[in-house]
Design a protein around this ligand. Structure first.
Ligand SMILES: *[C@@H]1O[C@H](CO)[C@@H](O)[C@H](O)[C@H]1NC(C)=O
Ligand SMILES: *[C@@H]1O[C@H](CO)[C@@H](O)[C@H](O)[C@H]1NC(C)=O
Ligand SMILES: *[C@@H]1O[C@H](CO)[C@@H](O)[C@H](O)[C@H]1NC(C)=O
Ligand SMILES: *[C@@H]1O[C@H](CO)[C@@H](O)[C@H](O)[C@H]1NC(C)=O
Ligand SMILES: *[C@@H]1O[C@H](CO)[C@@H](O)[C@H](O)[C@H]1NC(C)=O
Ligand SMILES: *[C@@H]1O[C@H](CO)[C@@H](O)[C@H](O)[C@H]1NC(C)=O
Ligand SMILES: *[C@@H]1O[C@H](CO)[C@@H](O)[C@H](O)[C@H]1NC(C)=O
Ligand SMILES: *[C@@H]1O[C@H](CO)[C@@H](O)[C@H](O)[C@H]1NC(C)=O
Ligand SMILES: *[C@@H]1O[C@H](CO)[C@@H](O)[C@H](O)[C@H]1NC(C)=O
Ligand SMILES: *[C@@H]1O[C@H](CO)[C@@H](O)[C@H](O)[C@H]1NC(C)=O
Length: 547
């Protein structure tokens, strides 16, 4: 049961999964280059290519500057609760898990249950000791039997026993469904995190290829190698940390959920058993056992009321978080408490980054095509030595550049090969080379040319494919999508079933509480009835008839 204490943090942890990712990427800060002008040289392009990643690091810094100045209070309506740490005024800060007033006001909303628990514990405890005292010291002859009282107490006893059973059923069903929907939500988030870290690893692979272009290159200066290395290392470690954290956290949360489920099932079972036994003993008039169960029930009911408060708190936090996520998604420009946790850059910066990735893709494809049209596909005389490689045979198809010079999307022309099959198609155009690097068999690409072109295509494709993903991480559209999915697919269930649990708990605790009282009353009435019967039987007719 001790684990239940960490449950209100569940929704928080949900967020943290996604957020850790964003934090991780901003672990170190390299200044990003500022110049916005378009560039023509490829190595320049590569420097800018790393700018693609640099904003990920500078995001925090940028976020301060760019997130506009309209501030939005998340879930303002829902969270207007009384705040005991602020003179019981209404709390107006909205959903903000870093604000102690928020937690105080949420906790205060659940306070009635804690108060009831304490009051019940004290008052019923006093009653019990009083009864005990009376029973021991001033034992009187029981009298004052009334048929109505007896019947009423029996009816109420049956009624409350049935309500307790219904409460147990609601509790049991609720916890099953709640467990299912929390596990679903958890799986969804873990899946998102896994996909993200896999994509980051893929990006890192593409960057490793980019490094190889630098080796022995006609295309790129080797100075870029260390630059790419650094970026690759960061992405690598982000991916690694993300997946290890995800694994650890999800395991902890799943364990917490499982033990919560177990505790609730045990609780429901114990309560059911208690109510049943209590009813039985009390009807059979086994006074001693009834009092033993009453004491047991007295403590259990106190615990159940406290749990009820905890689940009300959990329910409120889940509902607040859902509303907050929704409002955050709907208001991308406003500054909110979620932006404290999830640093996002503004749309303009993200679009700029996207443009740069497109630009690098375009430039790379362009250079590859330039080599094909100006070198491979031209039959130059042997005197033009750097360009002469004894090219012969059919001309090499050019690469389909996905962008125009103005970086708008471009349709492939016929005869062009796309990123995916350029590697295979060009393989047919490679020749075998002599020691001087001249083709000795028909073909238009030397193996060294081929390798570099393939690598350039690979990097170009990587940027083309993962650029929007990286930008999505940067401007939080990825997180927004995830929140939207959680909101659409999981929030309603989480809210509904956490409510079921707390209603079930409430029903159980109230019903068992009243049952306890009626066990005592009924037992007393029964004793009086038996006594009265004996008494009546003893007077006019004779004692033997009473038995
Ligand atoms: C802040 O908002 C005001 C109007 O509400 C606007 O004039 C101003 O430009 C904004 N400042 C920034 C930095 O967005
Ligand atoms: C990562 O790359 C592998 C192989 O290239 C591919 O199968 C996988 O779908 C990629 N993952 C993502 C998330 O893009
Ligand atoms: C990044 O990870 C890949 C394997 O996933 C590894 O081959 C590469 O050397 C790593 N790069 C750096 C800079 O750590
Ligand atoms: C959230 O609460 C913290 C701590 O009180 C405060 O510093 C921060 O400004 C709050 N955020 C918003 C958006 O109100
Ligand atoms: C960002 O700007 C682009 C166009 O500049 C627009 O299509 C997109 O919807 C914007 N995104 C957000 C979240 O504002
Ligand atoms: C390569 O071809 C392009 C046109 O495709 C031309 O503008 C450029 O000058 C050529 N460069 C060389 C070195 O021949
Ligand atoms: C390239 O692959 C696509 C499918 O991915 C195919 O439709 C197309 O014909 C291929 N092109 C060449 C030249 O092989
Ligand atoms: C490569 O050439 C062989 C034989 O010339 C042909 O069968 C094959 O389809 C070609 N492959 C591609 C990808 O064009
Ligand atoms: C150039 O290539 C042809 C085959 O296309 C070959 O017969 C010839 O020997 C090569 N010339 C040199 C100098 O290697
Ligand atoms: C790019 O390179 C990686 C690793 O070298 C390889 O796994 C992948 O298939 C390549 N992708 C393309 C499109 O060539």
């Amino acid at each position: 049961m001790s684990r239940l204490g960490s449950l209100p943090l569940f929704s928080h942890s949900l967020l943290l999964f996604l957020l850790s990712l964003l934090f991780l990427l901003s672990s170190s800060s390299t200044a990003s280059s500022g110049s916005g002008s378009r560039f023509r040289h490829l190595d320049d392009g590569y420097e800018k290519g790393s700018v693609l990643v640099a904003p990920l690091e500078a995001r925090r810094h940028l976020a301060d500057v760019t997130t506009g100045n309209t501030s939005l209070v998340l879930a303002a309506q829902r969270t207007r609760r009384r705040d005991p740490t602020d003179d019981f005024k209404r709390y107006t800060g909205g959903w903000n898990i870093s604000n102690t007033h928020y937690w105080a006001s949420v906790g205060f909303a659940a306070a009635p249950f804690f108060v009831i628990a304490v009051a019940w514990f004290v008052i019923f405890g006093l009653c019990l000791s009083f009864i005990c005292l009376c029973y021991c010291c001033c034992r009187r002859e029981p009298y004052g039997y009334s048929r109505t009282c007896y019947a009423l107490s029996l009816i109420f006893l049956i009624l409350f026993t049935i309500s307790a059973i219904v409460g147990c059923i609601v509790l049991y069903t609720g916890q099953g469904k709640f467990h299912l929907s929390t596990s679903d939500t958890l799986n969804f988030v873990v899946n998102q995190a896994d996909t993200t870290s896999e994509s980051l690893r893929n990006v890192s692979d593409y960057l490793a290829t980019a490094k190889q272009i630098g080796v022995d290159s006609n295309f790129l200066p080797p100075s870029l190698q260390s630059n790419i290395d650094a970026v690759e290392g960061k992405i690598n470690s982000s991916a690694a940390t993300l997946s290890s954290k995800t694994m650890k956290n999800s395991k902890n949360i799943q364990d917490g959920l499982d033990s919560m489920r177990f505790s609730l099932i045990v609780l429901a079972a114990i309560m059911l058993f208690l109510v049943f036994l209590g009813f039985l003993f009390s009807v059979l008039g086994l006074q001693c056992l009834v009092y033993f169960l009453v004491i047991l029930g007295w403590i259990l009911v106190t615990g159940t009321f406290i749990l009820c408060g905890v689940f009300l708190l959990l329910h409120n936090v889940v509902a607040d978080t859902c509303v907050a996520m929704d409002e955050w998604v709907q208001n991308p420009t406003a500054y909110t408490a979620l932006d404290d946790i999830i640093p996002c850059v503004d749309n303009a910066t993200a679009q700029e980054t996207l443009l740069r990735t497109k630009d690098v893709t375009y430039q790379l494809a362009n250079v590859v095509n330039m080599v094909i049209t100006n070198v491979s596909n031209v039959n130059v005389p042997p005197v033009a030595r750097p360009l002469y490689i004894n090219q012969s045979g059919p001309s090499v198809p050019t690469l389909c550049n996905p962008y125009n010079a103005d970086l708008t999307n471009r349709q492939c022309a016929s005869g062009e090969v796309d990123f995916m099959n350029a590697t295979q198609v060009w393989k047919n155009y490679t020749c075998q080379v002599s020691s001087t690097g001249i083709c000795t068999t028909p073909g238009r690409l030397t193996p060294s040319f081929y390798n570099q072109m393939v690598n350039a295509v690979n990097v170009s494709y990587g940027l083309y494919h993962y650029g929007p993903f990286l930008v999505g991480l940067q401007d939080c559209s990825f997180v927004r999508q995830t929140f939207t999915s959680i909101n659409n697919n999981h929030c309603a269930d989480l809210r509904r079933y956490s409510q079921w649990i707390y209603i079930g708990l409430l029903l159980v605790s109230v019903a068992v509480m009243l049952s306890l009282i009626f066990w005592v009353i009924y037992a007393r009435e029964r004793r009086h009835r038996v006594y009265t019967k004996q008494f009546l039987a003893g007077n006019p007719e004779g004692r033997d008839k009473a038995r």
